[in-house]
Design a protein around this ligand. Structure first.
Ligand code: BT5
Length: 268
């Protein structure tokens, strides 16, 4: 697609934000936008975005990797400096996931959220969020929220071992998607929801996560360290925790970041 460079000039006409994405550092290629964002976070203003056309060492949660082929996806990280206690930072992952689904809805693409950090379409993952922070005791120095979206990947761009659980917007819509527009939409949606969070509320994000959830009402396997437990996802509570009822009747609130969640027969 022509005119698809993800620099500031390419998106500024579509950006409605006050501060998210106004300082945008574009790279042709980088190891990981999260690594870069963490390296410069203390010196850059809130809302700075690091974006790259390709990542050579894209990272997922818990030491996993993120496949990031050149010119095909969105790979970005936003530097944030919220004045909140560290325990609230995991909510930023939900804000990122909600922003991606709303941005896709703005482009008439329907998607679901697999709590806490996956965006899925037709049962396969199209996007993931990775939130990292630096803090001293309870004080947050900075947060880096990374988002990866599989935009114009063809089937061959997805590694063999991921083909049954990963997809792209191009594969599901059968159309080439404008990455600049999607990027601007995500940043616009993110700023709205993040401003609400900074003012002490998160209800709009939680509503979106509930409405779009692919887990609520389903049997799930909760994987923590090496242990797997089976339960039913019954609610996302007002703190953004997943409420699960286990087979022995015990109800637990799960905090994002601690666990991996799988459906009973496959990825969802
Ligand atoms: C995530 O981790 O979903 C977080 C991904 C965050 C990526 C962004 S890109 C910009 C920023 N810079 C970075 O370096 N990272 C962030 P997790 O839930 O752990 O999922 C990772 C798992 O998803 C892997 O173990 C694979 O199974 C699968 N996977 C890897 N690449 C994928 C892709 N492109 N699409 C779908 N699934 C993928």
């Amino acid at each position: 697609m022509e005119n698809d460079i993800l620099n500031y000039d390419g998106i500024k006409n579509k950006l409605n934000t006050e501060y998210i994405g106004r300082n945008l550092n574009y790279h042709d290629s980088i190891n990981s936008t999260n690594l870069r964002a963490k390296a410069i976070a203390l010196d850059e203003p809130e809302g700075t975005v690091i974006i790259s056309d390709e990542q050579t060492q894209g990272i997922g949660r818990l030491g996993r990797n993120w496949t990031s082929p050149k010119g095909k996806g969105l790979y970005m990280s936003i530097i944030l400096k919220p004045e909140v206690e560290a325990e609230n930072v995991s909510k930023i992952t939900l804000i990122g996931a909600a922003a991606v689904t709303k941005a896709l809805e703005d482009m008439e693409i329907n998607s679901g959220i697999k709590w806490p950090n996956d965006i899925v379409i037709n049962g396969k993952k199209v996007s993931g969020v990775l939130t990292e922070m630096s803090c001293e005791s309870y004080r947050v120095n900075y947060v880096v929220m990374g988002i990866g979206v599989n935009v114009n990947l063809d089937r061959e761009d997805i590694p063999h071992d991921l083909r049954d659980k990963a997809t792209s917007l191009k594969i599901v819509t059968d159309k080439e998607i404008n990455r600049q527009l999607l990027l601007a939409n995500i940043l616009n949606r993110f700023e709205e929801l993040y401003n609400e969070f900074k003012s002490g509320h998160i209800s709009t994000t939680i509503e979106i996560c509930r409405k779009k959830s692919v887990l609520l009402g389903e049997e799930v396997r909760i994987i923590k360290d090496k242990e797997t437990k089976i339960g039913k996802a019954i609610e996302i509570n007002s703190k953004g925790q997943l409420v699960v009822q286990f087979q022995n009747g015990v109800v637990e609130n799960i905090i994002s970041g601690e666990v991996s969640i799988r459906g009973m027969d496959g990825y969802i």
